[in-house]
Design a binder for this molecule. Sequence first.
Ligand code: ATR
Length: 273
Amino acid sequence: MDRYLVFGHPVRHSKSPFIHTLFARQTQQELEYGLAEPAVDEFAQALRTFFDQGGKGCNVTVPFKEQAFTLVDRLSPRAKRAGAVNTIKLTDDGVLLGDNTDGAGLVADLKSHGVTLADSRILLLGAGGAARGALAPLLAELPSELVIANRTHAKAQQLAAEFCDLGHVTAQTHEQLAGSFDLAINSTSASLQGELPPLAPTLIHTDIAIYDMMYGASDTAFISWAKQHGARQTMDGLGMLVEQAAEAFTVWRGIRPGTKQVLRELKRNLGVI
Ligand code: ATR
């Protein structure tokens, strides 16, 4: 049977096996999907061993995405732009192809929530790996402006300079942020510590859509805060998780699974509904 898995550390709580098993059942594909948690300095060897032993493809998550970028034979254009790989496929001619489906997953999830990206004014909070992965797919939707704000401003400036060939993208300090944004996306890892990016509450209004790439059984700190300040539409990263997985499944199997039912089952599994 074709074998797939996700590499991460820690990876025990990954939902990827659950999601991909449901995708396989739905599309009647014969495959198995497992977990691998190599020591941080043993990822390269573990990846080689997996493919030497007949593995067909894998996902890569924290902290291995940047290392995976350096280990594959060929990169997709979107992986090259992201500087990180979250999906690897062994092609029929034996080439390890590195791809990145995170940004596509974010955009697909935003669209499934009815968020319009074309001509919109987007605020992207954070300038780490998650922000980098999201930028090209967001800019491909032709927003009127995309502003990056990050605790360490220099990193936002660097990202804006790197992606300015793809659209109207600028970096601003939190103090400089002004005007009305249609969408604010939190790509920082602040929610992991229950913290908030230092955003002024005046930026939240009833027509802004709020997206947090993090998720949990209850609202993230950022989503709770945005709701308190009047945001009507809030979304967490669970949909992005399922959509990036659907995109990876499509890369591997050439067939696109439906995501709605799988997302519902995942929410039930997490106790969210
Ligand atoms: P990831 O791959 O998840 O993006 P990362 O590359 O380590 O992880 O980036 C983490 C991002 O979250 C950075 O933008 C970081 O801000 P700095 O560049 O200033 O470090 C941001 N971040 C983490 N904790 C934060 C907090 N408590 N408040 C605001 N921003 C935070």
